[in-house]
Design a protein around this ligand. Sequence first.
Ligand SMILES: Nc1ncnc2c1ncn2[C@@H]1O[C@H](COP(=O)(O)OP(=O)(O)O)[C@@H](O)[C@H]1O
Ligand SMILES: [Mg+2]
Length: 615
Amino acid sequence: MKDFVRILRRFVPPYRRYLVWNVVFNLLAAVLNLFSFVLIIPILNVLFKMDNTQYEYMEIRWEVLSADFWHSAFGLLKNNFFAWMNGLMNTHGGSFTLIALGAFLIGMTFFKAAATYFAFYTMIPIRTGVVRDIRNSINRKITQLSLGFFSEERKGDILARVSGDVNEIENSIMSSLDMLFKNPILIAIYLAGMIIISWQLTLFVLILLPLAGYVMGQVGKTLKRKSLAGQELWGALMSQVEETLGGLRIIKAFNAEEKIRARFEKSNEAFRRLTNRIYRRQQMSQPMSEFLGTATIAIVLWYGGNLILSNNSPIDAPTFIYYLVIFYSIINPAKDLSKAAYSIQKGLASMIRIDRILTAEVTVRDPERPQPITLDREIVYNNVWFKYRDEWILKGIDLHIPKGKTIALVGQSGSGKSTLVDLLPRFYDVTEGSITIDGTDIRDARIYDLRALMGNVNQEAILFNNSFYDNIAFGVSNASPEEVEQAARIANAHDFIIASEDGYLTNIGDRGCKLSGGQRQRISIARAILKNPPALILDEATSALDAESERLVQEALDNLMRNRTTIVIAHRLSTIKNADEICVLHEGRIVERGRHEELLALNGFYKRLCDMQSF
Ligand SMILES: Nc1ncnc2c1ncn2[C@@H]1O[C@H](COP(=O)(O)OP(=O)(O)O)[C@@H](O)[C@H]1O
Ligand SMILES: [Mg+2]
C-alpha cells in the first residue's frame, strides 16, 4: 500500500482538481443512495400493514434537535415523512401511495446514477493523463540515458516495458483508482447510516468485517511477486521477437528457423505456465469475497433477527430490513476494494519494472557550470583509459589532432577503434584520463554544445522512417529546401532522390529499407554536410559498400572532409594514405603512428595490415 501511495503522490498531483470533483460526486452519490434505500421502510409498512401509529406533523425546532442531533433529526424526518404518507393513504389509498413512493425512488435513483456517472467522468482525465505522463517520461529517459545502458537492457525488453507494463498500469492501477476513491466514501457513508440506525448491531458487524478483509489480503501478496516474474518473462519473449526480426536474413541463411522456433516456444510455454498460476490466483478473489460476504450477512441476520425476536430490540423489523439493505450495499464496495487491491498488486509489479528505467542513473551528464566550447586549435586525447565492464578496452591513448587535419585509425576488428571515437561525442565517458578540445575538458561543456561540433557517419547509415527531406534535415531545425538540396548534391544523392516518386518528399521506409546501402550512406553524408560541423567522425563509412557505390560515396566523403578536422576509421587504402597521420591500434594501444610510407618502412603491424588488406 505504501508503494501505491507513493505512485499516486508522484503522478496524480497535476490532476488534483479532477480528484476533488470526483470526491464531491462520490459523496453525493452515496448520500442519495442511502436516501433512496430508506423507502424500503414505508413500502414494507404499507404492504404488511405493520405500523398503525397515527403520525402527526412535527415542526422542526432547534430545541428538539440539539440534544442528540442525528438521532432526533432522523426521527423527525421519519415522523414527518410518515405523517405525509398516512395522509396519502387516508385520502388516496394504498395503491396510490405505492406509486408515489415508486416515483420518489425513481427520482432519487436518477440523481444517484447521474452523480455516479460524473464521478467516473472526472476520473477519466486522471487515468489517461497519468498513463500518458509515464510513457512520456520513459521516452524522455531513453533519450537521456547513455548508450551504455542499452547494451545491458535489451531493446525488446524495453519495448515490453513501454507497451506491456504501461498498459498493465493503466488496466490495473488506474482502473482501480476510481474504485479506490469511490468505495471508501461509499463505505464510510453507509457505515454512518448504519450507526445512526443501530450502533449495537454495527459494532457487531465491525468485528466481522476486518476478519474477512485479512483473509483476502493474504492472497494479494503472492500475486504481486508472481506478476513481476510474469512481466519479466514477457520482456524476454519480446527480446526474442526483436532479435528474430532483426536477424531474419541470417536465421534463414543458416537454416536456423527450427532452432529459433524451439527457443521461442520454450519461453512462450514458460510464460504461459506462470500466467496460468497468476490467473488462477486472481480468479480466487471473486468467489472468495462472495463466500465471505454471504457468510457475514448470514451471521448478521442471525444476530439482528435474535434481537428483534427478543422483543426489547432497539429497532423494528422494517428498519432491520433497511439496515440489511445498507449492509448488503457495503459488501459490494468492499468487494471492489479488495479486487482493486489485487489488481493494484499486479500493477505495482509493472511499476517496479518501469522504475528500473526511470530511476536508472544517467551516467553521461551535463556539468553544473558548463563552459563554452569551440574548436579553433585542437582535439587532444590525454592518456585515455576506458572499459565497458571489467576489461580495459583502451589503454593509455594519447592523440593530438590539430584543427583541419585528418587522422586515420587502423587496426584489426575489435582493437577499439569505434570505442575510441565514441568517447569524443561522449557516447561514453572516459574511465581515466581526459579528452580536451582547445584545452577544455569535454566533460566541462554542455553535451549539446559538444555534439554540435561534430558530425557522424557510421558503417550502418541510421535513417528514420520519414522523407528524404526530413532525414537530411534531421539535425538542423531551420534548413531551407535549397540548403537541403545543396547538401544532397554535394553528397551525390540529389540525382537518385529526384528520380524517386515524390522527390525529396518520398518516404524512405523503415530505416531506409527501400534504399541501397550506398544510397543510404549518401543520405547520411548529406545529413552531416547540412549540419556543417567543424569536426567529423567517420567510422568505416564505406566498408559495407560495393565498389561502384563506394566510389560515389567516397567522392561524397571527400567533399565532406574538405577543411574539416576528421577522425576516420577506414578500410580503404586511398583514404588512409591521404591522412595527415595514421594511428595503428592494437589491443587498445596505439602501437604505431606516422604517415603511410613511414609506417610501411617500420615493417610492423601496419605493414602486415596492408599486406592482408584488412583494416
Ligand atoms: N557496448 C559494448 N559493451 C561491451 N563491450 C563492448 C561494447 N562495444 C564494444 N565492446 C568491446 O570492445 C572491444 C573494442 O570494440 P570496438 O571499439 O567496436 O572495436 P573496433 O571498432 O576496432 O572493431 C571489443 O572487444 C568489443 O567486444
Ligand atoms: Mg568498429
